[in-house]
Write a protein that binds this ligand. Structure first.
Ligand code: ZN
Length: 340
């Protein structure tokens, strides 16, 4: 049979937890830097590759902010979005719910309508030309507080781009209690969006309970600390509330000390619907294919097991029933040939 790494690379995949700016690969950053020669970011791909080698969390923030600084107009937004889809297509990611933070761009002077047009234009082109289907999660950068929450909810509900399916909450959890964002989630949910906050990545299980009860979370971003609370694990399993697990990110941010200590297996054994994701892949030196490899090792999976994990992401996605059936069938067809 095909070796597992090759199998995973070719496997049709869905990704549910991956950030827009956090997906800027060195190749994309070089293109953006070339558009803005006054920036301090290297434009030479080799120098950039070195610049991107993950050192520690502070270095990640550094890179992240320097990429944010390169997103200055709607054309930058369009280029970034389309090129992310190109990187996804190369990994055979067929469907992705990309977490986008409109506030970071509108705060820097890009008009909201131009921002939304740019991502929608990239989405349509990516689907037509690359075959990768993108959907959006608009997320509140929690550290920016109620002002950012208000702006994010306003853009989501008033402009309501066609590709928008969900409403999220990111940024640091410590010192940023989830319940304060309830009114904004209420508005987004009333407008028909799904609730997908980050919770329990760097704080305990209470944050996850808060996300469920106050923000009516339908999926949990990370949810790493759920394993500290057997009642919570049972609740997640019983109500089929999926976790968006990002193993390498958890090590990079030190939410978990080492991969061997990652609680992925405990989550699976508790019957929780677990999905595998890459979060901010180039900045953490990973991609979705590599994350499935990590999961396969932690869970002791063969090709059929990895395919089942890929189907979890399809089930947990906000695709309609027909879209889910089509992607699941694609995974089955591939596995029947390549997984033997
Ligand atoms: Zn995230």
């Amino acid at each position: 049979m095909t070796d597992l790494t090759t199998f995973i690379a070719g496997l049709p995949k869905a990704e549910l937890h991956v950030h827009h700016v956090g997906s800027a690969s060195p190749r994309i950053v070089a293109e953006l830097a070339a558009r803005h020669p006054d920036s301090k970011v290297p434009t030479d791909p080799e120098a950039l590759a070195d610049y991107f080698v993950f050192r520690d969390f502070a270095h990640f923030i550094d890179i992240y902010l320097s990429v944010v600084d390169l997103i200055r107009d709607a054309e930058d937004v369009r280029l970034l979005t389309y090129e992310i889809a190109r990187d996804m297509a190369r990994q055979n990611i067929r469907y992705a719910e990309l977490t986008v933070t409109p506030y970071s761009s509108t705060r820097r002077g890009i008009p909201d309508t131009a921002f939304v047009e740019a991502i929608e234009d990239a989405r349509k082109a990516a689907e037509a030309e690359l075959g990768t289907v993108l959907r959006w999660c608009f997320d509140i950068p929690g550290e920016a507080g109620p002002e950012a929450a208000e702006e994010t909810a306003r853009i989501a509900c008033e402009l309501r781009p066609e590709g928008l399916v969900s409403f999220g909450l990111g940024g640091p959890e410590i010192g940023v209690p989830r319940p304060q964002f309830k009114p904004y989630f209420d508005r987004a949910i009333a407008a028909g969006l799904h609730s997908v906050p980050h919770a329990g990545e760097t704080t305990g299980p209470q944050t996850i309970w808060d996300a469920l009860t106050e923000l009516r979370a339908e999926r949990i971003g990370h949810g790493t600390s759920s394993v500290q609370d057997p009642k919570l694990l049972a609740h997640l399993a019983e109500h089929r509330i999926p976790l968006e697990v990002c193993p390498t990110s958890n090590i990079a941010t030190r939410a978990v000390a080492t991969l061997d200590e990652h609680p992925l297996k405990q989550m699976v054994e508790a019957g929780v619907l677990v999905t595998i994701n890459s979060d901010d892949p180039p900045m953490f030196g990973t991609d979705l294919t590599a994350e499935y490899g990590v999961a396969a090792r932690l869970l002791g999976l063969d090709a059929a097991g990895v395919a089942a994990l890929a189907k979890n992401a399809v089930e947990a996605s906000f695709l309609d029933a027909e879209g889910k059936a089509r992607l699941a069938a694609e995974i089955d067809a591939y596995t029947a040939v390549a997984g033997r």
